[in-house]
Design a protein around this ligand. Structure first.
Ligand code: GLU
Length: 306
């Protein structure tokens, strides 16, 4: 059966608009607090080359933790299984920036998507790369097929000035011997990766290699083995939305990754990637409208991985 994606996006957009005003824009990073809460866009990129979009799908926003998938893919390709000696693969059941487990679990973060785990991944990146910022930027530009993507220095600086919890997490891990490099050097790369500005279509495109068994569809370069791509998607499924991951699996049924900028990207293996952006968040830091839109998407298309 042919699915009319454009019609489905239009329906979802109309059916979810009434949820505006129910969530809250992230304000713990001051530079994010000024984002217009009414922005809303959805983009789909299919593996057979079709794109569909609705609303503000071409407006760049701060991708925040969605960037953790890019650094994970870069580092996983570079270091392979060695990664798992320093970061786990289990859901945390705690908030993205929680310190609680880290002390009792000897500085080994539960997974690569909570902030602590992402900083371990970024530490690997800093160890492996002569110019980590250039490497990660080039990687994201290639994956999204957009050479104009950039960091937002204002957002990175704002996060550096207020990132006390992230500083606490990384210093705690350093005390356990789980950070190799200077903590400020790692934090600088971490804050920059989070500050990347991309629009919904860029993000849908940049995640398509995961729907394509690890091969970047824009240049046919293999980024990850099929097995590694499977593992990244599995991690997105079990921990991509922190303590909302169970709810996301239950309501949406796809591997996804959220960011506190209000974006959520989800992947349907061998078919497509979809990104929703709506900056108002629920109490777990997930885009409130984004989650509902994706739930409607898998309900209306009757496609999910379950
Ligand atoms: N840069 C944010 C932080 O470290 C990312 C959190 C998120 O997007 O979930 O707090």
């Amino acid at each position: 059966m042919d699915i009319n994606y454009q019609q489905i996006l239009t329906e979802i957009f109309a059916e979810t608009k009434s949820l505006k005003g129910r969530g809250k824009v992230a304000n713990y990073i001051p530079a994010l607090a000024g984002v217009d809460p009414n922005r809303y866009g959805i983009a789909i990129q299919t593996l057979n080359g079709e794109t569909f979009q609705v609303g503000d799908a071409m407006t760049p926003f701060s991708i925040q933790s969605i960037s953790k998938v890019f650094t994970l893919a870069w580092v996983f390709r570079e270091v392979g299984e060695k990664l798992w000696s320093r970061v786990g693969r289990e859901p945390s059941g705690t908030a993205f920036n929680s310190l609680i487990q880290l002390e009792t679990e000897n500085g080994i973060p539960r997974n690569p998507f909570v902030n602590a785990g992402a900083m371990v991944v970024t530490d690997f990146l800093v160890s492996c790369s002569k110019s980590p910022l250039t490497d990660i930027l080039d990687f994201v530009r290639t994956l999204s097929n957009n050479p104009n993507i950039n960091f937002n220095e204002t957002v990175a600086e704002s996060e550096r000035e207020t990132g006390f919890r992230n500083a606490a997490l990384i210093n705690l891990m350093k005390s356990f011997g789980n950070i190799e490099n200077d903590v400020n050097a790692v934090l600088d790369v971490y804050f920059h990766q989070c500050s990347l500005m991309m629009n919904s279509l860029d993000l849908a495109r940049a995640f398509l290699f995961l729907a394509n068994c690890g091969v970047n569809p824009w240049n046919n370069e293999r980024i990850l083995t099929a097995s590694q791509a499977k593992r990244v998607k599995a991690l997105m499924q079990v921990c991509g939305l922190y303590d909302d991951s169970g709810e996301f699996a239950f309501t949406v049924g796809l591997p996804g990754k959220s960011g506190v900028g209000g974006g959520i990207v989800a992947v349907i293996p061998n078919l497509l990637s979809i990104c929703v952006w709506s900056p108002e968040l629920n109490q777990h830091g997930t885009s409130l409208i984004g989650m509902k839109a994706l739930e409607l998407f898998t309900t209306k298309t009757v496609i999910s991985i379950f």
